[in-house]
Design a protein around this ligand. Structure first.
Ligand code: ATP
Ligand code: CA
Length: 542
């Protein structure tokens, strides 16, 4: 399928067509997930990182802290630098790869720095703790803990920092404020911010526990993760289609806001909220703010679940949710349609999802919605068409049988009509490709009747018209066509049958668009439709 979506449950596709709200991830879905370190604050200076050209400036500016910086980058990571045939490649998650790449840029040697120490304990990164820590031991004595993670959280664990001389000094209130400003300034440039910190530990302690406080801040890094091209348009398409887009992310609120603005998700009157604030609200308060929430930052997987559940239960929305992590599984499960990421997604997330987005791209999600709507409407068209055929056949035969004692359409003829109309008609109407108009109307809400008012109008209108044509032929046909003689009735029945079938051809063309008057728009784009029309006419004539 060239639409890059793997549908695990077929019905999900149709449900997606009636989605009224999408809760999307940020990283990888709205952004490209190609991360590079773009800025760093170290030794009380903010520096721009621009590939190799800034190498010298960087090296000279951070000389006092470069050794410890390389240690935290290379020793506190779950990713690896692999050297093969003289080429170096990095294996790991995008965030960590960006850091390793930066370490290499500074001239660090991954293997050498790794060999300096024994790693005693690792607390891997997860979306709840939002940080990763390790404990290492130097061969000639001395232990050290490293921590890297979500900037505000790690900053809160520090009581010292490395100053412009490369010395550890006490972190004053004022300094915390300055560093927070740095973090916010990085974040408002849509950079993902991480703090890197270390702590020296007394050798005498036997336990290998990784401490939670008393760290020394080494650096704040700003990692750039650009918005995917085309996402902005896809968001606009959603809005035009009456689908609200909400961003639920684990990232910093300012980063989230900056990205959301760039994608057109966050508007003037929208609300950006932190997961913690949302969590502490009473159910009533939650209900009051949810309609305005456009961005939820620093969220835990549980917040995502709560948001989805409330949207479904209290607001009756049809909710689509995207997720990649293992702990996104509950939200994916709770959603009407769970969309898992094919590249970044874990197996657990994929298992809980209905649709897998193979290229992790938000645009693909919108395409699924478009297909869903198209499936729904094509079924509607077919039902409208079938109902008309059957209603007319039934009434004309019934009335005629009551009045004159004979039915004009025989069983064989009805079977024939059913055969060509069911199979070919279904083929013609169901293969209509999705058109752009589909994404310009509001979604079909929960509990909306399948047969819309417009469909009733079409069915009744068509039926009346066909009944009049066939009725006139049936009762006055002989006079009108001047038929007489012994085979007059047979000829007339044949005429009626032909008229009936051609009425259906006409009906089929009419069913192409339920609402619009001009049913011919785009008809010649659908070769199957035209082919079927020609076949039907050809079969009937022969
Ligand atoms: N490997 C890592 N080590 C340490 N900290 C990390 C790592 N990866 C991410 N972080 C920090 O954790 C924060 C939240 O990550 P989390 O996985 O919860 O969100 P995300 O999945 O990256 O975002 P989204 O939900 O938009 O996809 C990030 O903003 C970053 O500061
Ligand atoms: Ca995520």
């Amino acid at each position: 399928m060239n639409d890059k979506a793997l549908v695990r449950h077929l019905s999900a596709c149709e449900t997606m067509g009636s989605a009224s709200c999408i809760c999307t991830d940020k990283t990888g879905t709205l952004t490209t997930n190609h991360m590079v370190v773009n800025k760093i604050w170290i030794c009380e200076k903010s520096l721009d990182v621009k590939g190799n050209e800034s190498k010298e400036i960087l090296s000279s500016e951070i000389s006092g802290a470069s050794s410890i910086l390389l240690q935290v980058i290379f020793q506190n990571t779950s990713s690896e630098v692999i050297k093969e045939d003289g080429k170096t490649s990095i294996l790991g998650t995008p965030t960590e790869s960006a850091l390793l790449e930066f370490g290499l840029l500074l001239g660090g040697d991954f293997d050498a720095v790794r060999r300096e120490v024994n790693i005693l304990k690792v607390e891997p990164f997860n979306s709840v703790r939002k940080k990763m820590s390790v404990l290492v031991a130097h061969p000639h004595g001395g232990k050290r803990a490293f921590c890297k993670g979500a900037s505000e959280i790690v900053l809160g664990m520090c009581n010292k920092f490395i100053d412009f001389n490369g010395e550890s000094v006490i972190l004053s209130r004022e300094q915390v404020k300055n560093i927070t400003d740095v973090i916010n300034s990085f974040a408002s440039e849509a950079l993902r911010t991480l703090c890197l910190a270390f702590k020296n530990i007394d050798d005498s302690s036997i336990e290998n526990d990784i401490p939670d406080d008393g760290y020394t801040l080494i650096a704040v890094v700003g990692i750039k993760d650009p918005v995917r091209p085309g996402v902005k348009d896809a968001v606009q398409t959603c809005l035009a289609a009456g689908i609200t887009v909400r961003m639920v992310t684990g990232d910093n609120i300012n980063t989230a806001k900056a990205i959301a603005k760039e994608c057109g998700i966050l508007t003037e009157d929208g609300l950006a909220i932190e997961g913690q604030e949302f969590r502490n609200m009473s159910p009533e308060q939650k209900k009051a703010v949810i309609p305005r929430i456009q961005v939820m930052a620093r969220s835990l997987p549980l917040d995502k679940h709560t948001l989805v559940k409330t949207l479904r239960d209290e607001f009756g929305e049809v909710v689509a949710v995207t997720g990649d992590g293992t702990n996104d599984a509950p939200a994916l499960h709770e959603a009407d349609i769970g969309l898992a990421m094919g590249i970044a997604g874990t197996e657990v997330a994929k298992e809980s999802a209905d649709v897998i987005i193979l290229d992790d791209n938000f645009k693909t999600i919108v395409n699924v919605a478009r297909w869903g709507r198209s499936v729904y409407i094509n079924i509607q068209k077919f039902v409208q068409f079938q109902l008309t055929v059957n209603v007319v056949a039934l009434i004309i035969n019934f009335v005629s049988a009551c009045v004159s004692g004979s039915a004009p359409l025989t069983a064989v003829q009805l079977l024939w009509v059913n055969m060509i109309m069911d199979t070919l008609g279904a083929l013609a109407l169901a293969t209509e490709p999705p058109n752009d108009g589909l994404m310009k109307r509001p979604p079909v809400g929960r509990g909306t009747s399948f047969i819309t008012k417009a469909m009733w109008r079409n069915i009744i209108g068509q039926s009346i018209y066909q009944l009049i044509v066939l009725g006139v032929l049936n009762f006055y046909g002989k006079q009108l066509l001047g038929l007489s003689g012994s085979d007059a009735t047979e000829v007339l029945d044949t005429v009626i049958f032909n008229a009936f079938v051609f009425c259906q051809v006409f009906n089929e063309i009419n069913s192409r668009d339920i609402e619009k008057i001009n049913i011919f728009v785009g008809m010649f784009d659908s070769w199957v439709f035209l082919g079927v029309m020609v076949c039907t006419v050809a079969f009937q004539v022969s």
